[in-house]
Structures are given as structure tokens and as C-alpha cells.
Design a protein around this ligand. Structure first.
Ligand SMILES: *Cc1c(COP(=O)(O)O)cnc(C)c1O
Length: 372
């Protein structure tokens, strides 16, 4: 008899019931207004500003374009201090703006930028710091803020992983000069593809500039002020967002239960390191990264990855390889400058985590990891 195993992917997109989505897009079929800041787009902006507790929000076609065009709109120059332990998008957005990423190491506690190593990387060409709230772990926003103030630098957060999180009761996107979110299908909240720039600060004209740049730099019919791109969120994306936002609290509660089960099974195991809850941060349970110390645990990250794979469980090596080792950047950066990130990238495995992952599936995954 052939035994068929249940396939488990690292994530599974949250979706509303089909009827709910069909209901939401009916207006679009009546109005024939498909994109270019339509009714759904504007409704979603309003609802997200409220949910994220942030004053300004602009929606984009995806998170990457939000970041790339934010860098352009802020007029950054020269060098930007960032981390290599992230998704390709963060580094590419800097380079595609003609700027030089300067890689700071991450700290071994929560894998965000090591704030004790930022200042030594600042030169007279540095214009900004671009840290990542990786896995939803909040950066040390207070230390970053004081370094930025002291050296007169801008701060942009890649907040792609921190949808809906709060720190001391404040929305995460209220820190720094601005933050970007991703609403990609695989993220905690999705609009199929999508993203946003958010900011609280009253940055001079930033809202108007971004609004133009995501639409070819067109300010009005006869005034084209910027060399813009096309990165608008369309009405079908926004409709998906309006539906998914109605269910976000339930989705987060389900994710929380999955994380609790993983923690129960994997905490206290020698050679396995799981993430700690951060003080004063309300988590969104976006990812479940596990660090495997091969000398202690007996098996390496790659061993576990393969072992899960033959059992039809597809964990991901987020974030391996480091962005400063990518082929497209060959010879440009020295990964030896970010030793903590390099070590993590060889030991980390992100386990399956999504709202509908059942607890018996979590148990099966943990049994395999623990050799039970
Ligand atoms: C997903 C992601 C992005 C890019 O978002 P897209 O919506 O996929 O373009 C940027 N940064 C990080 C850290 C991400 O995980």
C-alpha cells in the first residue's frame, strides 16, 4: 500500500470566502473603474491608516516598489546603512536607486541591525539608515532614532514583516521618517500583491511626491514633475485587502496558537534556538525561525531541511544566502564584515506557519525535527 503524505508548504495565503470577494468586486463591475486610485483603493487606505495607527499611508502595487520609490522620493544620496540578513528586495531597492548599500551586522538576539555597530559605518557620504524588522522582530527604534538625530540621517524601516504590530501602544510604522509594508500573498495580510509607504512625520511634501512618483510623476494633466514609475494598487487588489482586513484579528489569533504549540514543543531543546517574545511589542506571529546549532543538536540546518522535505514538508532557509553574497553583487561586498549574519544564515530554518496550519501538523513537523 502506498502511503500518501500530506504536503505542507512554508506558508498558505489567507483568503476570504469566494462569495465575500465577489460581493466586494461587484461595485467595480458597475463603475468600470479598475485602477488609478479608485473607490476601493481609497477605502483601503483609510481603513489601513486606522488599523496601523499611522497618519499617512500610500498604497502601492507591491512592497518592493513602495521601498524603491520611497528612497527616490526622499532624495537619498551616496551610502545607505542596512543589513544583509533580509529578503533580496531591501538591498536591490537601494542599488536600483544608484546608491551604495553599506552592510551592518545584525545582533544575535533578535537578528535586527546591531545598533552598536552603526556609528562606525557612517561616513560623509551616508544619507540614511535602512533597517529591517526581520521576522517581525522590532529593531531598537530608540537607539536608531538617537543615532540618526546625532548624525542628521534619515531612517526608513523595511517593515514588510511587521504588519499590525505595536510597540508601547504605537503603530510600528510611526517610527523613523517612513516605513514600508508588503501585502504580498505570502505575508500576514495580503492584497494578492501590494504594499504601502507609511509615516507619521510631517515630511515636507512627501505624500504628494510619492503620489506622483507611483503614477509616472504626473501631478496633473500637464504637470509631470518627477521621473516616476508605475506602481499603483488596482481595485481588485484593494478589494482583496478590504476582505482580508475584516478577518485579520481571527487570522492573528490562529497564528498565535500555532506559535504557542511550536514553542511548547521546541523550547528548552539543546542546540535549538527559538525567538523570544520582545518586551512591549505585540507580535503578529509572521514567521517561525529556528536556529540549529549542529555541534550541540547533532544535525545541521541543511540536514533538517532535507529531512522535512522527504516528508513533504517545505521549510525555507530564510535568509540564506545573505544579500551581500548574491551573484549579482559578486566582488562588491565582504560577507566577513557581517559575521553574525553569516553564521545565522547557515543555521536558520523558517518553519511552516500560517493561520490554517493545524496543531497536529505542527506536532508532525516537531516530531520529525526531534526524531520522535
Ligand atoms: C516581502 C518583502 C519585501 C517585498 O515585498 P513585495 O510585496 O513582495 O514586493 C521587502 N522586504 C522584505 C523584508 C520582505 O520580506
Amino acid at each position: 500500500m502506498e502511503i500518501t503524505m500530506e504536503k505542507i508548504l512554508v506558508t498558505r495565503s489567507s483568503m476570504p470566502e469566494l462569495d465575500e470577494y465577489v460581493d466586494e468586486i461587484k461595485d467595480i463591475f458597475e463603475s468600470h473603474w479598475l485602477t488609478n486610485m479608485g473607490v476601493k483603493h481609497n477605502q483601503l487606505e483609510e481603513k489601513l491608516a486606522e488599523y496601523l495607527k499611522v497618519r499617512n499611508i500610500l498604497l502601492f502595487s507591491n512592497g518592493h516598489m513602495a521601498l524603491e520609490l520611497l528612497i527616490q522620493a526622499m532624495g537619498l544620496t551616496g551610502e545607505v546603512i542596512t543589513t544583509p540578513f533580509t529578503f533580496a528586495s531591501t538591498t536591490h531597492a537601494i542599488v536600483r536607486n544608484g546608491l551604495t548599500p553599506v552592510f551592518c551586522d545584525v545582533n544575535p538576539e533578535d537578528y535586527t541591525i546591531d545598533v552598536t555597530k552603526i556609528e562606525e559605518l557612517i561616513t560623509d557620504r551616508t544619507s540614511a539608515i535602512l533597517p529591517v524588522h526581520v521576522y517581525g522582530h522590532l529593531c531598537d527604534v530608540e537607539a536608531i532614532d538617537s543615532i540618526a538625530k546625532k548624525h542628521n540621517l534619515k531612517v526608513i524601516y523595511d517593515a514588510a514583516h511587521t504588519f499590525g504590530e505595536e510597540y508601547k501602544g504605537r503603530g510600528v510604522a510611526t517610527f523613523g521618517n517612513a516605513s514600508i509594508f508588503s501585502f504580498h500573498a505570502t505575508k500576514v495580510f495580503n492584497t494578492i500583491e501590494g504594499g504601502a509607504v507609511c509615516f507619521n512625520s510631517s515630511e515636507n511634501g512627501l505624500r504628494e511626491k510619492l503620489y506622483g512618483i507611483k503614477n509616472f510623476g504626473i501631478w496633473d494633466e500637464e504637470l509631470i514633475k518627477d521621473v516616476g514609475a508605475n506602481a499603483k494598487m488596482n481595485e481588485f487588489q484593494a478589494a482583496m485587502g478590504l476582505c482580508n482586513l475584516r478577518h485579520i484579528d481571527r487570522e492573528l489569533a490562529k497564528r498565535k496558537a500555532v506559535v504557542a504549540r511550536y514553542n511548547e514543543r521546541l523550547s528548552g531543546v539543546d542546540g535549538i534556538r527559538i525567538s523570544k517574545e520582545q518586551k512591549d511589542v505585540t507580535s503578529n506571529y509572521a514567521y517561525y525561525p529556528v536556529i540549529f546549532e549542529p555541534e550541540v543538536f547533532g544535525r545541521s540546518r541543511d540536514d533538517i531541511y532535507e529531512l522535512l522535505k522527504v516528508n513533504e514538508i517545505y521549510a525555507r532557509k530564510y535568509f540564506y544566502p545573505l544579500t551581500n553574497t548574491f551573484d549579482c553583487y559578486k566582488g562588491m561586498f565582504d560577507m566577513g564584515n557581517t559575521p553574525v549574519a553569516l553564521d545565522l544564515s547557515k543555521k536558520v530554518l523558517t518553519l511552516p506557519l500560517y493561520a490554517d496550519l493545524r496543531l497536529d501538523q505542527v506536532d508532525r513537523i516537531c516530531d520529525i525535527i526531534l526524531g520522535k
